[in-house]
Design a binder for this molecule. Structure first.
Ligand SMILES: NC(=O)c1ccc[n+]([C@@H]2O[C@H](COP(=O)([O-])OP(=O)(O)OC[C@H]3O[C@@H](n4cnc5c(N)ncnc54)[C@H](O)[C@@H]3O)[C@@H](O)[C@H]2O)c1
Length: 429
């Protein structure tokens, strides 16, 4: 007989992986249900027990408000939980193939803890089919339980946007799905109980998986198109932003802007979809072309800066360039897959001496992730070029004059994000 799903008053949740996605989710559930936040990183658990969140997604008050939330890094603490929500990373490897190891390892953890009637819900971004083809068999093998008889599965993709104070977990409509109609109903009701924006119940796990991965793929391809336009318009001597502003007066012109595409999602998730497409014999031309264009933008910025410096008579070899911003986006400390490193690498290949300054980023993270020693407070008047790579509010607040104060007279100011007035800078995308 099929095991009954957990009763509403007997829901005991475990959130596996307490990063940008898992922690806000655990806190939201932990205001309503007994919830265990589990992470293999004991340091992360120690900081959360002290109500500190280095990702800056939640304040100490928000963590305290989750009065039914406990934290553990010992898998033994998962015993007794009956709903497991997996929010571990889904990165790509050096060959840009999905690296499913965290997901597989978390599935093993769940398999050892789940009992009859349990539900495992995946939130990590994957390709269509990954939950039922890769994760569920691991849970089955570890638990000795039978899928859709003894335990059930769901998939509910995360849509949060790190550093975004407006679009929060509770205020973003959530897609849900389940491995049977009953499981789908259970998963949907569970999320509906904490998401004030409501839920959208997809018809299957594969539909929900595909929906998430195309959200980011669509964004990536759209940005690639404007990046390509900016490469064309630069050669034509036309200002891309002026073109986009003019075209944007049409009601159905999409407001994308050129820039670097970094972070854990947009530059990574499309490879999950292209991997699956290739596995079934389809070569995804458009998606991969977009990836190539976006990945080349950092190198393009560096080349433009080098050219501008040479045009002004600055020697490139040995020149000093200040890069403002290392995080993958503005006003957040997240360094994952930041493409600012492409600008830095390309500049260094011209023997340029590069200083990087980012007050949002923990220097130890920059050192550990990219071997970069951040400059704490760049001195005035010392640089041959300054690149405003990330439009952190405090950089923009300096204005062009404040940014130029770091540089020598006549130095190059390149504004990657077009955050400063066009006439005050020497180049932008
Ligand atoms: N960050 C975002 O904006 C965002 C938005 C939507 C979806 N996603 C997706 O959500 C997933 C998680 O992303 P994130 O940004 O929260 O990642 P993250 O790197 O911030 O956090 C992941 C956490 O999982 C932990 N972890 C890794 N392996 C584990 C395991 N086997 N068991 C338990 N804990 C483990 C890590 O220690 C880390 O604390 C990814 O699939 C990502 O694509 C992220």
């Amino acid at each position: 007989m099929t095991a009954a799903l957990p009763a509403q008053d007997d829901i005991r949740i475990a959130v596996i992986g307490l990063g940008y996605v898992g922690l806000p989710l655990a806190a939201a559930f932990g205001r309503r249900y007994p919830t265990l936040g589990f992470d293999i990183d004991a340091g992360r658990i120690a900081e959360l027990r002290e109500h500190r969140d280095h990702t800056l997604e939640l304040s100490a008050d928000e963590l305290e408000a989750a009065d039914k939330l406990a934290f553990a890094s010992d898998p033994a603490a998962l015993a007794g939980c009956n709903v497991f929500i997996v929010t571990v990373p889904t990165p790509i490897d050096d060959y840009k193939r999905p690296d499913l190891r965290p997901l597989e390892s978390a599935s093993r953890t769940v398999g050892r803890a789940i009992g009859r009637g349990g539900v495992v819900v995946y939130e990590s971004t994957v390709y269509p089919g990954a939950t039922e083809e890769v994760c569920v068999p691991i849970v089955e093998a570890e638990s000795g339980l039978k899928f859709n008889e003894d335990f059930h599965a769901g998939y509910s993709p995360e849509r949060i946007n790190p550093g975004d104070r407006e679009h929060r977990l509770e205020t973003i409509l959530k897609v849900t799905s389940g491995s049977t109609p009953e499981a789908a109903g259970f998963v949907d009701a569970l999320y509906a109980s904490i998401i004030s924006a409501g839920t959208h119940k997809a018809s299957s796990i594969r539909v929900a998986e595909a929906a998430k991965v195309i959200e980011n793929t669509q964004r990536d391809v759209n940005i690639a198109l404007v990046n390509e336009l900016s490469l064309i318009f630069h050669r034509l001597g036309i200002d891309t932003h002026e073109v986009l502003e003019a075209a944007g007066t049409k009601w159905n012109f999409l407001p994308f802007r050129p820039g670097l595409v970094g972070g854990h999602c947009i530059g990574v998730d499309p490879y999950y979809l292209t991997h699956k497409a290739q596995q079934i014999g389809y070569h995804p031309d458009v998606i991969l072309a977009g990836r190539r264009i976006n990945d080349a933008m950092g190198g393009h910025v560096a080349e433009r800066v080098v050219k501008l410096m040479q045009q002004r008579g600055f020697r490139t070899s040995g020149a000093k360039v200040l890069v403002l911003g290392l995080a993958f986006k503005e006003n957040c400390p997240d360094l994952r897959n930041t493409r600012v490193v492409d600008i830095i690498r390309e500049l260094k290949s011209y023997n340029v001496d590069v200083d990087v300054h980012d007050p949002w980023v923990a220097p130890a993270h920059a050192e550990a992730e990219y071997g970069l020693s951040l400059v704490d407070s760049p001195g005035p008047g010392g640089y041959d070029a300054v690149i405003l790579a990330v439009a952190h509010e405090r950089f923009v607040a300096l204005g062009a004059d404040g940014v130029r104060a770091f540089a020598k007279p006549g130095a190059v100011l390149f504004d990657v994000k077009r955050a400063l007035p066009r006439e005050s800078v020497d180049g932008c995308l």
